[in-house]
Write a protein that binds this ligand. Structure first.
Ligand code: GAP
Length: 450
């Protein structure tokens, strides 16, 4: 984990928010490379589940919603974690994490029920702590104007159900997809971007006929898991976890998590829940609006059931980095000075790599090479994120681009000036093929699959 965190900071993937003021716990900023990678993950998800399906449409709901939404959804009442306070040092923890012994091996915790900060075993009684961030709507800061930053994106897909149905003329089964920010005032944070207080969720509310829900639930578990494999995660690093009845969220009839083997252990990456008609029927009742679906075949109205595949975008980002990170002690080439170094390669799929193509003149003090390399950069820049780099030896530059997962490097050398060919290097095999500059765009389009 330390190596991933260090790479993220060193190469501009993730920074701690407000670092110049000492940082803000569990809040992160995505740097120049991180934002590209994260956007590529979100776009890959949208392409897979919206663009390539006839039965799913996308929305972008607001972060602030009518406060009644969170009362009706059950979040005001139930979206809580049990909080305890150490009587000795006053540190606060999630009670279930103390009992599970999740802190064993951290700080002074040697066994379950022990404060990891001071080692004391004296705690206050657990009290329910609501994880929603409160804020005020408008200039008056009183009880009547309290609202919340959304803790999940799902609710706007329920409140917009009828509008989406009418405007997009969908028939059951169909889904509404959304990717966006969510906020949770987590009691216990940690493990870098794994558990943050501000994060992104990508989820689908898939509306089905009651009775079809159990079968469609199973189908979505497979689809969800296969998506991660398609993105490049290794199958052996994924597993399923079925929630026992007593740990189900207040809205769920059945939930299966997809867990990833993070460096700190197996943990939730994504989930699939059967939310039944819990949300639509409650919103219908509370708002007085009819949120039923009219089934033309059966000539009757009913509340659809909802299958909800969800995933944490930041957790996916972390899993992708962990899964694609490789260190080669001594380096991969035996011909250069790098043989004594530890070489890092990020084996990202070309589709999601932040920078797709590195453009490198062999020498920076040869104007003809520089000019040609710049020409190639100008030709390719509107098709892919490219980076021009002329600093340091060619071997060093390859290493730098390998470390950020750039799948292809073009080198402009003296032969280029004679026959208009360049070398095209593959990050993973390190093979270099000589290609005509006129064919570069087509070759790269094919390889990058965009
Ligand atoms: N609408 C359902 C829902 O929000 P959830 O399991 O509470 O379900 C969805 O959250 C996903 O968001 C999780 O599968 C997880 O990957 C991610 N997630 C949850 N809490 C998080 C946090 N504090 N930081 C980062 N990601 C988080």
């Amino acid at each position: 984990m330390q190596k991933i965190i260090s790479l993220c900071k060193r190469r501009g993937f993730v920074f701690q928010s407000s670092e110049i003021y000492g940082g803000l716990e569990a809040i992160w900023d995505y740097g120049p490379l991180g934002v590209l990678l994260k956007n590529n993950l979100k776009n890959f998800w949208i392409k897979n589940f919206v663009q390539e399906r006839k039965d799913v449409v996308l929305i972008d709901g607001s972060i602030l919603m009518h406060p009644q939404v969170w009362k009706t959804s059950g979040h005001v009442e139930n979206f809580t974690d049990p909080l305890v306070e150490c009587k000795n040092c006053h540190s606060r923890f999630r009670a279930d994490y103390m009992i599970d012994g999740k802190f064993i091996g951290q700080g002074m915790a040697k066994e379950a029920n022990q404060c990891p900060v001071c080692g004391s075993k004296e705690f206050t009684q657990p009290r329910n702590f609501n994880l929603m961030f409160k804020t005020f709507f408008g200039p008056v800061e009183d009880q009547a104007h309290i609202t919340y930053l959304r803790p999940e994106t799902a609710q706007s897909m329920f409140t917009n159900f009828k509008l989406v149905l009418e405007t997009s003329r969908m028939k059951l089964p169909f889904g509404i997809a959304q990717v966006g920010k969510a906020f949770r005032n987590e009691i216990t944070t940690g493990n870098f971007i794994f558990r943050s207080r501000e994060f992104e969720i990508a989820e689908i509310e898939y509306f089905v006929k009651p009775g079809d829900d159990e079968k469609i639930f199973e189908e979505w578990v497979d689809l969800w898991e296969n998506f991660f494999i398609k993105l490049g995660l290794k199958k052996e690093n994924l597993r399923r976890y079925e929630h026992p009845k007593e740990s189900l969220a207040h809205y769920s009839k059945r939930t299966i998590d997809i867990e990833y083997k993070f460096p700190f252990g197996w943990s939730e990456l994504a989930g699939i829940a059967n939310r039944t008609d819990f949300d639509l029927s409650r919103h219908s009742q509370a708002s007085g609006q009819d949120l039923t679906y009219f089934d033309e075949k059966e000539r009757k109205k009913y509340f659809p059931y909802v299958i909800e595949p969800t995933l944490g975008v930041d957790r996916l980002f972390l899993a992708i980095l962990c899964d694609s990170y490789e260190e080669i002690i001594g380096g991969r080439t035996k011909t250069t000075a790098s043989t004594k170094e530890v070489e890092t390669v990020l084996k990202l799929k070309p589709e999601i790599a932040p920078i797709k193509v590195a453009i490198l003149p062999l020498l920076k003090n040869k104007p003809a090479l520089v000019e040609k390399a710049n020409e190639i950069y100008e030709d390719l820049k509107s098709h892919f994120f490219c980076q021009y780099d002329d600093v340091g030896s060619i071997g060093r530059r390859y290493r730098r681009f390998d470390e950020i997962g750039c799948p292809f490097a073009i080198t402009v050398d003296f032969q280029t000036l004679e026959d208009n060919t360049v070398t095209l290097r593959d990050r993973d095999t390190m093979e270099q093929e000589r290609v005509k500059t006129d064919n570069l765009l087509e070759i790269l389009k094919q390889k990058i699959n965009v």
